[in-house]
Design a protein around this ligand. Structure first.
Ligand code: SIN
Length: 274
C-alpha cells in the first residue's frame, strides 16, 4: 500500500489496496492519513453495497441521511445520481455535508458506479490550510464567532432547488432544523484549527447584523475558493473517495449534461464541535 499527497493543500491517494481486505495495521495507517490529509482517494475498488457498508462501519456508526433517496434495500446508502435528462446535480456547489446537524457527520464515503465520459469531477478544499493562510487580523476577528447552519433552503418543502432535483430528495417535511457551530473549530480528532462555515448550509454569523454577517461570510468564502487550497478529483468507475466533513469542503461539478453519473454515499456519525 502506498499513500501519496493528491495536492499541496488537501487529499491523499491510496494505491495498491483493497478496502475490503485491510488488516488492522493498514487500517490504522489509512485512518492517520485521513486525518493528516482531510480526504482519501482509492482507485479500482470492487464494492458490493454490503462491502461498502462494512468498510464504513470500521470508521464508526453510520449516519443515515434523511434527505437523499436511499439505495433500494440499503437505507445506509444515499444515492448521488444525475440522469441524462436532468439539469441539476446533487452537491453542485461548495459545501460540507450535514453542517446543519448538532453533531455533523464526521466523514462521507462515496463510491463511483457510473461516471460520464468526461466532466463530473469533484473539487475539495482544505479548511485547515485556508485558516492558516488568513492574516492575523482576520484570525483575531473570527476567533470567538459562531455561525448558524440550516437546511430548509436546500431540502425543505419551499426549496426551488429541492423541487428541481425532484424525487432524488426525500422527507422535505423533516427539513428545517438549524445548528450553531464555531466559525473556527478545533478538529475533534487532531486539535487542528480550521474554518467551519460553508456556502451550502451556513445561514449567518450569530449576534451580528445581517449585512456585516453576509459580508464576512463572503470574504471567507472568496478566500477559501482560491485554487491553491484545492484538489480536483477526476473520477473513474470503481473509485472510492472519502472526506472529513470537519476539515474540508467539496463541490461536485455539473458539466456533463446528457450523461448519467451515479455514486453511492455513506456518511459516518460525528460529534458536537467545539
Ligand atoms: C456530495 O456532495 O456528497 C456529492 C459529491 C459528488 O457527487 O462528487
Amino acid at each position: 500500500m502506498q499513500i501519496s499527497k493528491a495536492s499541496d493543500a488537501v487529499g491523499a491517494i491510496v494505491e495498491n489496496v483493497d478496502v475490503t481486505r485491510l488488516d488492522d495495521r493498514q487500517f490504522a495507517a489509512i485512518r492517520q492519513a485521513f486525518f493528516d490529509h482531510g480526504a482519501l482517494f482509492f482507485r479500482d475498488q470492487k464494492l458490493t453495497p454490503e462491502a461498502h457498508i462494512a468498510f464504513a462501519e470500521r470508521w464508526g456508526a453510520i449516519d443515515f441521511n434523511r434527505f437523499f433517496k436511499q439505495r433500494e434495500g440499503y437505507p445506509e446508502i444515499a444515492e448521488v445520481l444525475k440522469e441524462p435528462d436532468q439539469q441539476l446535480n446533487i452537491g453542485g456547489g461548495w459545501h460540507t455535508d450535514h453542517s446543519y446537524d448538532a453533531a455533523p457527520a464526521m466523514g462521507s464515503i462515496l463510491y463511483a458506479l457510473e461516471i460520464p465520459p468526461s466532466g463530473g469531477d469533484t473539487l475539495f478544499a482544505s479548511m485547515a490550510a485556508t485558516y492558516e493562510a488568513l492574516d492575523d487580523a482576520m484570525k483575531e476577528r473570527i476567533k470567538d464567532l459562531k455561525a448558524r447552519h440550516g437546511n430548509a433552503h436546500v431540502f425543505g418543502e419551499e426549496s426551488a432547488y429541492r423541487k428541481a432535483v425532484g424525487e432524488r430528495y426525500t422527507n422535505a417535511d423533516q427539513a428545517g432544523q438549524t445548528a450553531i457551530h464555531p466559525v473556527v473549530l478545533h478538529h475533534p480528532d487532531t486539535g487542528a484549527k480550521g474554518l467551519y462555515v460553508n456556502p451550502g448550509f451556513t445561514l449567518e454569523i450569530v449576534d451580528m447584523e445581517a449585512e456585516e454577517s453576509q459580508a464576512l461570510l463572503q470574504e471567507l468564502y472568496a478566500h477559501i475558493m482560491q485554487d491553491r487550497f484545492h484538489h480536483r478529483h477526476v473520477w473513474r468507475e470503481g473509485d472510492l473517495a472519502m472526506w472529513d466533513n470537519r476539515a474540508t469542503w467539496h463541490h461536485a461539478l455539473n458539466d456533463y449534461h446528457g450523461h448519467r453519473r451515479y455514486l453511492n454515499r455513506i456518511t459516518i456519525e460525528g460529534v458536537e464541535l467545539g
